[in-house]
Design a protein around this ligand. Structure first.
Ligand code: FE2
Length: 328
């Protein structure tokens, strides 16, 4: 039997990896207002809400991977990618795996041990079906495969490393809320060696915002969870990370690094239309229905106060040091 880290869905292929030192470079983009959008997961209603919201403030968009997932119908696949690829984008493990042939990596998620085998197998099956659809669009597959794994942005002089997974891997879990509960000293050294003030990530499905003093600087990790699915119990909206030189009126929580406000903002899409759309593509008993329908309808067992950690503040509490464990 294959070792845990070599099994499909558990493995982290060598070509997913990079050095944290790659972020020590001139910025690839500069913006006054930047939305980092991870985990759209093929939700066209979330994309519509995002384009409407971001156009109101003329914001720059970066899709940091996994904008494909549930969109296994040919029309949905084509429309999602044509629209997203008009903007800056990174490839997540989903885009990387559907752009390539089956290498044995399964979904490429690199799932850690706290994710059960049944969920991993559902993800591998979803990826297989999505790759079948993608094979009908060779030009889109080539464009997805050519996307970068990371970008460096600058907002108000603050440097931001944009990744799908973490500072070392496209599918890394070191920026997950689970890992950050008890981060090892090695993480500080990693953040110290990457010459950025903020990392904006996604991939791990649940949001978290947490700051670290590395010795070099105060570095903020902002993981948006999912743009295309609910992130909190009982809620019906996705989340994106907004980084801008002025605060957003509807941020759920955030922090300030230099002149940049880094905030989790809600993406309020047409929930009922999305559930109906999802059910048509993935009926009861299908792998996506088994793994994701409950979350899409009811949200995960996770609360806002678990995502907004240490320095992250709720709006209106700047400088008061509010303990977020008392909030939300
Ligand atoms: Fe991912």
């Amino acid at each position: 039997m294959a070792r845990f880290a070599e099994r499909p869905g558990r493995s982290c292929p060598r070509h997913y990896r990079y050095s944290p030192e790659v972020f020590a470079r001139a910025p690839d983009l500069k913006a006054e207002s930047l939305y980092v959008v991870g985990g759209l997961y093929g939700n066209p209603h979330a994309l519509e809400a995002l384009l409407s919201r971001s156009s109101e403030e003329n914001a720059t968009l970066v899709f940091n991977g996994d904008f494909n997932w549930f969109n296994v119908d040919a029309g949905g696949f084509s429309a999602m990618n044509e629209k997203v690829l008009k903007h800056l984008a990174l490839r997540g493990n989903v885009e990387t795996e559907i752009a390539g042939e089956d290498s044995g990596a399964g979904c490429g998620c690199g799932y850690p041990e706290w994710v059960g085998d049944a969920e991993v197998e559902c993800s591998n099956e979803i990826l297989r079906r999505l790759r079948e659809t993608a094979c009908g669009f060779p030009l889109l597959r080539a464009r997805l495969g050519a996307l970068p794994m990371h970008l460096v942005a600058e907002v108000g002089g603050t440097r931001i490393g944009i990744v799908h997974g973490d500072a070392e891997s496209l599918s890394g879990w070191q920026f997950s809320q689970e890992f950050l509960r008890d981060p090892p000293a090695r993480l500080l050294r990693l953040l110290d060696s990457a010459a950025v003030d903020v990392f904006a990530s996604s991939h791990t499905c649940l949001p978290v915002m947490q700051a670290f003093e590395t010795g070099r600087a105060r570095v903020l990790l902002a993981n948006n969870g999912a743009a295309g699915m609910p992130n909190f119990a009982g809620e019906k909206f996705g989340l994106v990370t907004r980084i801008a030189t002025c605060p957003s009126p509807d941020a759920l929580y955030g922090d300030r690094i230099g002149a940049a406000w880094v905030e989790a903002v809600p993406l309020r899409y047409d929930h009922y239309a999305w559930v109906e759309h999802f059910d048509r593509a993935w009926p009861a008993g299908s792998p996506a229905s088994l793994s994701y329908r409950n979350r899409i309808v009811c949200g995960p067992a996770y609360r806002l106060r678990q995502a907004a950690r240490s320095s992250a503040r709720l709006p209106g509490t700047e400088g008061r040091g509010q303990d977020l464990s008392e909030a939300a």
